[in-house]
Design a protein around this ligand. Structure first.
Ligand SMILES: [Fe+2]
Ligand SMILES: [Fe+2]
Length: 185
């Protein structure tokens, strides 16, 4: 029978690996991502108001739901940090200006924004792996899948715009269709 001392090093590693408190680098990345999700929410809210002013109530509704969804994303990270005994502090909100002449421009800018968020999530996942932060893996997996859906949704809208055009009755019908979105599912 090997003595317990033979396993002492192993148990030390086990103890460290299963600590639920976040490593500082992972906590920092979570705080940054909470900020990025809230900035996304604010960006979509600004765009929703612009769409309303331009006579596109359906696009405005779609963007409002998108805003709600981004706030839910921020909450998912906040709840995860709190569950692990961390406090969260937030900085100021900064958003980029999106100039759009038509809904093709608008949804192209949205696709690029979502691709930027995807890249951030992938970088977080790589960091969590390097830091052996196992408890955050399922949450980041959820976000990885969510970003696939986000990009697919926006690409599908861009394909429709390319197919039917974005003026006159095509624009009217697209606006109506986008306005039917009423939950973040
Ligand atoms: Fe998000
Ligand atoms: Fe998003």
């Amino acid at each position: 029978m090997p003595s317990i001392s033979r396993y002492a090093g192993f148990f030390e590693v086990v103890e460290q690996s299963y600590m639920c408190r976040m490593k500082p680098a992972v906590l920092f990345s979570v705080q940054e991502q909470i900020q990025a999700e809230l900035e996304s929410a604010y960006l979509y809210f600004v765009l929703a108001l612009q769409a309303k002013d331009r006579g596109l109530p359906g696009v405005a509704q779609w963007l409002k739901v998108q805003h709600d969804e981004e706030r839910e994303h921020a909450m998912k990270f906040i709840e995860h940090a709190h569950a692990r005994g961390q406090s969260v502090s937030l900085g100021d909100i900064h958003i980029k200006r999106v100039e759009w002449q038509n809904i093709g421009d608008l949804f192209q800018a949205i696709l690029e924004h979502e691709q930027y968020i995807t890249a951030r999530i992938h970088t977080m996942y790589e960091l969590a792996q390097r830091e052996h932060d196992y408890p955050i893996f399922p949450l980041l997996q959820w976000f990885i899948e969510e970003q696939v859906e986000e990009e697919e949704t926006v690409r599908t809208i861009l394909d429709k715009i390319a197919m039917v055009g974005q003026t006159g009755s095509s624009l009217y019908l697209l606006d109506q269709e986008l306005g039917r979105r009423n939950t973040s599912d």
